[in-house]
Design a protein around this ligand. Structure first.
Ligand code: KIV
Length: 276
């Protein structure tokens, strides 16, 4: 069954946790879809884990569209959510609708995600008015890394905690169907999840959220530049891959790969004719 804004909302009501992983290509989308992941996020984290930038700021609309197209082709049932990259929606309401539309039309996404709370509500409202589902992302919003002075947990003071609750309520009122809470203290994430009616998806925000998201390279230990505290490595796929690459190098060098079973035959007659 295809995951939709209504099925995801139903999951919150029924207390059935929503699962989301980042995804950037077709093969991975198929694997995740086959095991029943509810949502695939083409996050601008691709700037770091795919493109090797130190943050998400240089990611372009074309980058996200390129990867969203690939993921959409591999996702039969998962809801495909695509990130609006830095400066694709902050600049104006017009830009936000135009670029959200491109993610839907060219990327074949089912919805878009943008960072910000109260301040970005005019954009959320306009995108929703264009019949595009919007997921807001509040708390530690990576596109604001320079304004925050680093990747820091948000909402720790009374004022910041109040602001976070206000942001969550504002994005819900503006029409967002979901909100990602990143880098938020556990108790505060619990309060927000209770105070709003749309699902909350946590990343570094505790199990009290209505669902969870992780960057798949983090959960599989494929990305090794840094490991945030909130990441659990579910498998050490990075090591398994390195072992396989090492075996490949060894077998190519010693001539044991490719073996007979990996090669194609030609009749001796044809070969004889070449030299006859
Ligand atoms: O870009 C991304 O992958 C994200 C998740 C970390 C929520 O926004």
């Amino acid at each position: 069954m295809k995951n939709t804004v209504t099925s995801l909302q139903k999951q919150k009501i029924e207390g059935d946790k929503i699962t989301m992983l980042t995804c950037y290509d077709y093969s991975m989308a198929k694997l995740m879809d086959e095991v029943g992941i509810n949502m695939l996020l083409i996050g601008d984290s691709l700037g770091q884990v795919i493109l090797g930038y130190e943050d998400t700021l240089s990611v372009t609309m074309d980058d996200i569209i390129h990867h969203t197209r690939a993921v959409s082709r591999g996702a039969s049932n998962a809801f495909v959510l695509a990130d609006l990259p830095f400066m694709s929606y902050q600049t104006s309401i017009y830009d936000s609708v135009l670029n959200a539309g491109r993610l839907m039309k060219e990327g074949r996404a089912n919805g878009v995600k943008l960072e910000g709370g109260v301040k970005i509500c005019p954009q959320i409202q306009a995108i929703v008015d264009a019949s595009i589902p919007v997921c807001a992302h509040i708390g530690l919003t990576p596109q604001s890394v320079n304004a925050f002075g680093g990747f820091k947990v948000q909402g720790k003071t009374e004022q910041a905690a109040r602001q976070l609750i206000e942001d969550a309520k504002a994005v819900e009122a503006a029409g967002a169907f979901m909100v990602v809470l990143e880098g938020v203290p556990a108790k505060l994430a619990e309060i927000v999840s209770q105070e709003i009616n749309i699902p909350t998806i946590g990343i570094g925000a505790s199990a009290s959220c209505d669902g969870q998201v992780l960057v798949y390279q983090d959960m599989l230990a494929i990305f090794s530049d840094f490991k945030p505290k909130f990441v659990k490595q579910f498998a050490n796929v990075g090591e398994i891959m390195k072992d396989a690459f090492q075996d490949y190098i060894t077998e190519v060098k010693e001539g044991s790969f490719p073996g007979k079973e990996h090669t194609f035959t030609i009749s001796d007659e044809v070969i004889d004719k070449l030299y006859g």
